[in-house]
Ligand binder design. Structure first.
Ligand code: FAD
Length: 409
């Protein structure tokens, strides 16, 4: 048993794994512990609502590195271990079984826990979240015996799950409380397009659908009740309504932060020698005009991991990576670059009816983000418009005979 390490990483997901990889790539020779409360070695989370859920990719193919990698790099894996408290002055963390571990630096990469319902019936069996391998395995184990699935939440995870389940021949109802899907992350043009696609694939997609209860029989969920009184029968209920950042031990230890933990451009929290990265880190982002935000993406977790690792090693770096994200639904590949927060104009480039187009977001004339559907060329070239803070003529942006790279000044 060890009782102290040079660097302790809490959370063995995307960000945590990347910190350990980066430290060794940078020739760090000290001791590293990678601690995670899931039993698995680090794996990719995006396939949990896509290829893995569909049965198209086995678990081995979604592992971030093969199991032996971690031993070869001398990273001590402490899996199935939950950190319940931190003593920042003593540089010590405490596990839920009471054991302790000292650290020189601590990197918190705890991600988040799925927000669940709190309406009547929320405790019934058959209500699923989609965050971990165990979550997806639990759903997959039941799929053979069921017909009707109700998905609550029209964000990316809910929509991706709807696409997979439809392909598997299930009857799917998707319920979104707001007046359009993807309302928090994308413009109305993109929402409209995806709503039409899902309906064309047979999903009963309803917006403005407010869930008031889960109905049940014999302790099991059997339907979703709306504020209109309608009871939609379902054999399985999937909830995709966001996450709560997993930061309780840090906040209890005195770190600043609301809706996550606050970090600076080097991923330092307000506590000495404690860093935070990924889904739980509220950080200043140059692509949000310097505002502090929280991002939930693989890009953000990996790039912040790099910044934290290099900062610990004494290198002069700041987090300034361009945000990007993707989503696969049916045969549609969405690629997003930049942040559309605060946009005041949108331009549709191409025709959504062709199932290949981009939505370009402008703020005071400047290109700040693109959502590209089956339009990888726009995604690659549009990125340059964002980095270059370009303000091209909107008519030219909409003209598909002009390449976006021609508009970079
Ligand atoms: P995570 O990868 O969630 O890792 C955090 C880990 O820390 C977890 O294992 C957690 O159990 C553990 N942990 C938390 N608290 C403790 C504790 N106290 N003690 C020990 N361990 C702890 N992003 C994209 O860019 N593209 C996509 O297409 C995409 N699709 C997604 C689909 C799904 C179904 C999900 C769930 C996410 C998706 N994301 C996608 C988001 C992306 O997976 C996350 O942004 C990314 O995993 C964040 O990495 P992280 O290291 O911050 O957190």
């Amino acid at each position: 048993m060890i009782n102290a390490v040079d660097i302790a990483i809490v959370g063995a997901g995307h960000g945590g794994a990347q910190v350990a990889i980066m430290l060794r790539q940078q020739k760090f020779e000290g001791t590293i512990a990678l601690i995670g409360d899931e039993p698995e070695f680090p794996y990719e989370r995006p396939p949990l609502s896509k290829e893995y859920f569909a049965g198209d990719k086995p678990f081995e193919r979604i592992m971030i590195r093969p199991e032996k990698f971690w031993a070869e790099r001398d990273v001590k894996m402490m899996l199935g271990r939950h950190v319940s408290a931190i003593d920042a002055d003593a540089h010590q963390l405490r596990f839920s079984d009471g054991e302790t571990l000292g650290y020189g630096s601590l990197i918190w990469a705890g991600g988040g826990t799925p927000r669940m319902l709190n309406c009547p019936g929320h405790e019934l069996e058959g209500i699923h979240a989609v965050r971990t391998r165990a979550d997806t395995d639990a759903m997959m184990a039941k799929l053979d015996g069921i017909e009707r699935v109700a998905i609550i939440g029209g964000g990316y995870i809910g929509l991706e799950a709807a696409a997979v389940l439809t392909k598997l021949g299930k009857s799917v109802v998707l319920l979104e409380a707001l007046d359009r899907v993807l309302a928090r992350v994308a413009g109305a043009e993109l929402s409209e397009f995806y709503e039409a696609e899902h309906r064309a694939h047979g999903v009963d997609l309803r917006t403005g659908a407010v869930v008031t209860a889960i109905s049940g029989a014999d302790g099991k969920a059997s339907g979703v009740v709306l504020d209109t009184g309608e009871n939609i029968a379902a054999d399985m209920v999937i909830v995709g309504i966001g996450i709560e950042p997993a930061v309780a031990p840090l906040i209890t230890a005195g770190a600043e932060g609301e809706g996550g933990v606050l970090v600076d451009a080097q991923c330092r929290t307000t506590l000495a020698d404690i860093y935070a990265i990924g889904d739980c880190a509220v950080h200043p982002n140059p692509f949000a005009d310097g505002d502090t935000i929280r991002l939930e993406s693989v890009q953000n977790a990996n790039d912040q991991a790099t910044v934290a690792a290099k900062t610990i090693l004494g290198q002069d770096v700041s987090y300034d990576a361009v945000p990007w994200f993707w989503s696969n639904q049916y045969d549609l590949k969405l690629q997003t670059v930049g942040l559309s927060i605060g946009h005041d104009e949108t331009i549709v480039r191409g025709n959504p009816a062709d199932r290949s187009f981009s939505v370009i977001y402008l703020k005071a004339g400047r290109v700040i983000a693109l959502d590209c559907v089956n339009a990888t060329k726009d995604y690659v070239q549009g990125r340059k418009l964002i980095i270059g803070q370009c303000s091209p003529d909107p008519e030219k942006l909409a003209d598909t005979t002009i390449l976006l790279k021609e508009l970079v000044d």
